[in-house]
Design a protein around this ligand. Structure first.
Ligand code: ASP
Length: 269
């Protein structure tokens, strides 16, 4: 009897501890090359609303004692479903006019990780990355193999047109015009102030990511992107690369990167 009482007391103490244990979440909607002045007030309002929904979805899971993995996936899926960010629906276009998306996820207790690169039909690439981590022997799947795996896992598959938005299409046309101009004479967009480079101006922005700490002390990180506008088809950036775009380790940090993938990869960030 005494033993049962002691066990119950221990459980009660643990759950009290769990109730008050700290948790945290941070999200990002990408590092873009634009200023407030470039973004219409209505668009800014819509973007902030989506960011706030994303943060709240993750926060709610963590507050209820859910896992950091569930929290980062919930937060990133909301950003992927919005046309306002360069991930999932709203991804930037390749030079061929297609959308190829990259995503990765990592959990900090055992450093398990999963990633997909160059997917074109799975509605939420971050969920596919999680499936690679949890349901396969691998860390990264790419292209058709990744899309086929997502389908086999019963994830939501959509027509590639789901990812297309007019805004990104116009962005591709501007990027193509710029690419046809020698760099030194490349006129910046009105208000851009600086000379553009091969991977500058509005060729990249809006990659999304989330990092979280749950009440059990576990970290997780997730990143999802359409990459950079006017990229060659087949180009893979930092976002699906564990140790570059995403990292989580309970003993140290959880990180989700954004910026020009080529630079991030070369820095072994
Ligand atoms: N890091 C992403 C990539 O290079 C782009 C971004 O963060 O804006 O694919």
């Amino acid at each position: 009897m005494k033993r049962i009482a002691a066990a119950l007391a221990a459980v009660a103490a643990l759950s009290a501890q769990a109730q008050s244990a700290p948790f945290a979440i941070a999200i990002h909607g990408g590092a873009g090359n634009f200023t407030r002045a470039d973004v219409p007030a209505e668009t800014e309002k819509q973007r902030l609303a989506v960011l706030s929904d994303s943060l709240e979805a993750g926060r709610r899971i963590l507050a209820a004692g859910g896992s950091s993995l569930d929290a980062v996936v919930a937060a990133v899926r909301i950003l992927e479903d919005s046309p306002h960010f360069n991930a999932g629906r709203g991804s930037v276009f390749t030079a061929e006019g297609t959308n190829e998306m990259d995503a990765s996820i990592m959990e900090g207790s055992h450093r398990r990780a999963g990633a997909v690169a160059g997917v074109t039909t799975v509605k939420n690439p971050i969920t596919a990355a999680r499936a690679v981590m949890e349901k396969s022997r691998h860390v990264m799947l790419s292209g058709r193999g990744a899309d086929a795996f997502a389908k086999e896992q019963g994830l939501e598959i959509v027509d590639p047109s789901h990812f297309r938005t007019q805004e990104r299409w116009d962005q591709l046309q501007r990027a193509k015009e710029r690419a046809g101009t020698p760099l030194d004479h490349d006129a910046p967009k009105a208000g851009a102030g600086k000379k553009t480079s091969a991977l500058a101006a509005d060729e990249k922005y809006g990659t999304v990511g989330a990092v979280a700490l749950d009440k059990s002390g576990n970290l997780a990180a997730a990143t999802s992107t359409g990459g950079i506008t006017n990229k060659r088809y087949g180009r893979v950036g930092d976002s699906p690369v564990i140790g570059a775009g995403t990292w989580a380790e309970n003993e140290s940090v959880a990180v989700s990167m954004t910026g020009t993938g080529e630079m991030i990869l070369r820095s072994a960030t």
